[in-house]
Design a binder for this molecule. Structure first.
Ligand SMILES: *Cc1c(COP(=O)(O)O)cnc(C)c1O
Length: 424
């Protein structure tokens, strides 16, 4: 255990003096009245968090098995990340890239080094990094590969999730995500996930890249068949198209390796990163690639007011120090094996399939036994935050800092609720 790495230590100072004293129902009603209804949150109002635990406005504690979709891989408010943030607040928070700042260069160097690539293009949200990858691959296609102007095509996968912009939902096959948002951006071809032959068959002279998730997260923790990543690498190289790995959710330890591509010792042409890169503190995303690829960008071709801001870079540098310890990757692997072994051994009722990699599991529930959401609602009552994805999958993704005892407690509750079955 290094000094940087800390397990959970719950605390008592849960009162936030900035928050008016109201009941949970008041907060939920206010949000419902004044915010657009684009989410369906679990009915818990969090006021405080530390490590793997959150505390609601009534002082009730919950174990967080969602980790803000893996943005909180290092747990809530990791002390070294919080310290980096506090320190930077006393220096400079935002410069824009109209001038230089004294942290962006070292953040870019460290991130490029962790990825084993030449350079970094920083953005803020995951969707912006995906957009950056799309723009970069198209420009690379025209400038380097010699694709006919305005005809570049990108291959994506069925069941993908890459974010919410109009271009990104254009190549989603999730009707909830895209319905009502047409007209869509052209230039994308979709193939079945995990099928390397289908990828190869879809390549044309205009294809510039293959954009995919090495494990589909929102899709339900869909782990591709063995050797898929190696085959994709080989096909992309042979056809001179860019292998663009969206590791926004898989990156930084979630799957038991730094990157999911490491499971097959594969290096993509681009890493698309976000979520945990900002330590659950700042929105921070990036595309990382070699200079032959990112070098196609020239001044004015792309940018972001907040991209590379010193506050986010300070947190990002502290995140990369945690990543370099290897501790979180090791914990993810060990605790993940434990989670999967217990779920399989105790084979709870009403489960059709359990998919897992690292500290990340998708529990596929028999639709006849109720929706995944109905089980998540009951787990919430038992003090466990678990979120469904689609209607049938319960997704388990605790902070990688969770203790084995806390994880076992969560597993006990999950198994109990599943064995209880549908409740009338
Ligand atoms: C969350 C996610 C995104 C989008 O990230 P935002 O920060 O929500 O824009 C893109 N790709 C994958 C794989 C994700 O999990």
């Amino acid at each position: 255990m290094t000094d940087d790495v800390r397990l959970d230590a719950p605390t008592n100072d849960t009162m936030n003096p900035e928050t008016p004293h109201s009941t949970a129902a008041d907060f939920i009603a206010e949000e419902g009245r004044f915010s657009a209804p684009n989410y369906h949150p679990l009915p818990v109002v969090v006021a405080h968090a530390e490590g793997a635990w959150v505390t609601d406005v009534d002082g009730k504690r919950y174990l967080d098995l969602l980790s803000a979709y893996s943005a909180l891989n290092f747990g809530h408010r990791h002390p070294s990340l919080i310290a980096a943030m506090h320190n930077q607040l006393d220096h400079v928070t935002l410069t824009s890239r109209a001038v230089h700042n004294d942290l962006f260069g070292s953040f870019a160097r460290e991130l490029a080094d962790v990825c084993g690539m030449d350079m970094v293009l920083p953005m803020n949200t995951g969707a912006e990094a995906v957009e950056t990858a799309i723009k970069t691959s198209r420009k690379w296609g025209y400038d380097v590969k010699g694709v006919t102007p305005e005809s570049a095509r990108i291959i994506v996968c069925d069941g993908n999730f890459h974010g919410r912009t109009t271009t990104i939902v254009s190549f989603s096959d999730d009707e909830t995500a895209r319905g009502g948002f047409a007209p869509f951006t052209p230039g994308f071809d979709s193939v079945p996930y995990g099928d390397a032959a289908a990828l190869e068959a879809a390549i044309t002279p205009d294809t510039v890249g293959f954009l995919f998730e090495p494990v589909q997260g929102e899709g339900g923790i869909i782990v591709p068949p063995p050797s898929y990543l190696r085959e994709v690498r080989e096909i992309c190289t042979r056809h001179n198209i860019l292998m663009m790995a969206d590791e926004i959710q898989t990156g930084f330890g979630r799957t038991g390796e730094t990157f999911a591509c490491d499971h097959e010792n594969v290096k993509p042409d681009m890493y698309i990163l976000g979520k945990a890169l900002g330590g659950g503190i700042m929105p921070l995303s990036a595309v990382v690639a070699d200079s032959t690829i990112l070098g196609v960008m020239t001044p004015g071709t792309h940018g972001s007011t907040f991209g590379g801001n010193p506050l986010a870079c300070a947190v990002g540098l502290a995140v990369l120090r945690l990543v370099r310890t290897g501790e979180f990757q090791r914990r993810s692997k060990e605790l993940g094996e434990h989670l999967a072994a217990r779920l399989r051994a105790e084979s709870p009722a009403h489960v059709r399939e359990i998919r897992s990699i690292g500290l990340w599991a998708g529990i596929e529930i028999d639709p006849a036994a109720g929706t995944a959401r109905s089980y998540c609602d009951r787990l919430l009552e038992r003090g466990i935050i678990v979120k469904d994805t689609h209607s049938t999958t319960m997704r388990v993704a605790p902070p990688l800092s969770i203790s084995r005892e806390d994880l076992d407690h969560a597993i006990n509750e999950i198994i109990a609720v599943l064995n209880e079955g549908p409740v009338a």
